[in-house]
Design a protein around this ligand. Structure first.
Ligand code: ADP
Ligand code: MG
Length: 452
């Protein structure tokens, strides 16, 4: 992220927080630097830093993520004084990097986020296996699978689970030397060791770790000497029966430019994936965030239906879901209102629009055709047989419900039909939905599949 980009984001923030808040809190923020997933801002005083972090931290992170998706944390530093790390809202304190002492050398572990624990991790169908495996590792018993490889798309909880393992091991088995770091940090340290001619130390320190966790391993794909070193470290630890936990954005076999021997090594343990969230899990996560928030701000009121609405409409990933909720909290606390559906729609218009785009007409047509076992060409084509007409109407209905496309546009995409035909189809399904349990069930199933 560059300074000019931050300037532009500030303007976005102005829209979200209003002029008064903007002038007092946002305007003074100056981008200091972005590194290792932390965007740091200069603030005039630590009070401003704390206030901004508490009240706007997530909102800022949310905006920063639109241009710099790998920023995980927002930090504040008082200008021209000793650095001071305030962190994101609520949770506040990020832990200072820990130094685990090992003989002469030290293995610095990356900071752990104190919100990422097992207690705050909501378990549902899509992540229950990953959760169970992580739990098992965190018990610190004999190593049964090595490595544990967790993979899944962004924002599904990989990092959360890894931090949770680290926290748990620290309390349960404080004698163990648990090291968590990203693959990028691994590389960075490796390169530094090479440069400083400290390779022996580097090797020694990594080989004396009891539990090694490396996040986002896909990062080292294509980086040959880092891979090589990673491979040796990995083998040395496995040979000593030390637990390794790795995460990646896809299955080991699918990471391009990763050496085959590493792929096969990664596959020898337990490979589990975090599936995209489903509606129930999203609702559970939202509920749990609201509960946490209400412990600090008991005054917060949310109308019933708001969380359900969000769980339906925001299906991209948990990070976006959380960002939306935090923005909502910030907004509600500023204007001092309870959170209604209307306020939600206003305040989150851009997020809602963005996640809408994910479901498009083709996707709906494809899913519906598949569901009713008809050909796509028959769904779109002119045939008026009921066995085609009904699925077609279902698809039109879903297009109207789940996308922001207009009736004429939907008509065009269904073989150039008139908008009145679409309107009729939508109405027909809406009526049937009330009377016909089968149709209602089909719609629900399809909606879920589409939003998954
Ligand atoms: P990943 O590393 O897979 O990209 P993260 O672990 O960083 O994703 O998760 C993104 C955000 O979503 C974090 O704030 C995390 O706490 C939250 N999150 C993800 N899954 C869950 C869950 N099952 N319960 C509670 N919070 C979750
Ligand atoms: Mg992560």
């Amino acid at each position: 992220m560059k300074k000019e980009q931050w300037g532009r984001l500030k303007q976005e923030l102005l829209k979200s927080v209003g002029q008064n808040n903007y002038s007092t809190w946002i305007e003074p923020l100056e981008l200091a630097d972005v590194s290792e997933g932390i965007a740091t801002f200069f603030v005039p005083t630590s009070f401003v830093g704390n206030y901004v972090s508490q009240n706007f931290g997530d909102l800022i992170r949310y905006h920063v993520n639109t241009i710099a998706p790998d920023v995980r944390r927002i930090g504040f530093r008082v200008k021209e004084r000793v650095p001071e790390t305030a962190d994101e809202p609520r949770a506040g304190r990020a832990e200072k990097p820990q130094q685990a002492t090992v003989g002469e050398t030290q293995v610095p572990t990356a900071p752990l986020d104190d919100r990422f624990t097992f207690e705050t991790f909501v378990v549902g169908k899509p992540n229950e296996l990953a959760h169970a495996a992580a739990k098992r590792v965190s018990e610190g018993g004999p190593v049964t699978f090595n490595p544990l490889f967790l993979y899944g798309g962004v924002g599904l909880g990989k990092t959360h689970l890894m931090h949770a393992i680290a926290w748990d091991l620290r309390t349960r088995r404080s004698e163990l030397n648990v090291v968590y770091l990203s693959a990028e940090q691994f590389m960075y340290r490796f390169v530094q060791a090479l440069r400083d001619k400290k390779m022996m130390d580097f090797k020694e320190m990594f080989r004396s770790v009891d539990v090694l966790m490396v996040d986002d391993v896909q990062f080292i794909a294509g980086k040959d000497s880092t891979q090589e070193e990673f491979f040796h470290t990995f083998n040395a630890l496995v040979d000593q029966n030390k637990q390794i936990v790795i995460s990646g954005d896809r299955a080991p076999g699918e990471i391009a430019n990763l050496e085959d021997r590493i792929k096969s090594r990664l596959q020898c343990g337990l490979v589990v994936d975090l599936h995209p969230t489903d509606y129930e899990l999203r609702l559970g996560i939202l509920q749990s965030k609201v509960d946490q928030y209400q412990q600090t701000y008991p005054g917060l009121k949310i109308d019933s239906g708001v969380l359900e609405f969000l769980a339906h409409r925001i299906s991209t990933n948990v990070r976006v879901l959380e960002g939306a909720l935090t923005r909502l909290f910030a907004f509600a606390s500023l204007v001092g209102h309870e959170i209604t559906l209307e306020l939600t729609q206003d305040c989150l218009a851009d997020v809602l629009r963005a996640s809408e785009r994910k479901i498009n007409i083709e996707e709906i047509q494809r899913q519906v055709a598949e569901h009713y076992n008809i050909r796509l060409s028959d769904m779109i084509g002119p045939k008026r047989l009921r066995s085609f007409a009904r699925p077609r109407q279902v698809a039109m209905y879903l297009c109207k419900q789940l996308t922001s496309r207009s009736l004429p546009e939907i008509g065009r995409r269904f073989g150039g039909r008139d908008h009145t035909t679409v309107m009729h189809g939508v109405k027909r399904i809406d009526d049937l939905r009330q009377q016909d349990g089968q149709i209602a069930e089909d719609l629900e199933l399809l909606r879920r599949a589409l939003e998954a």
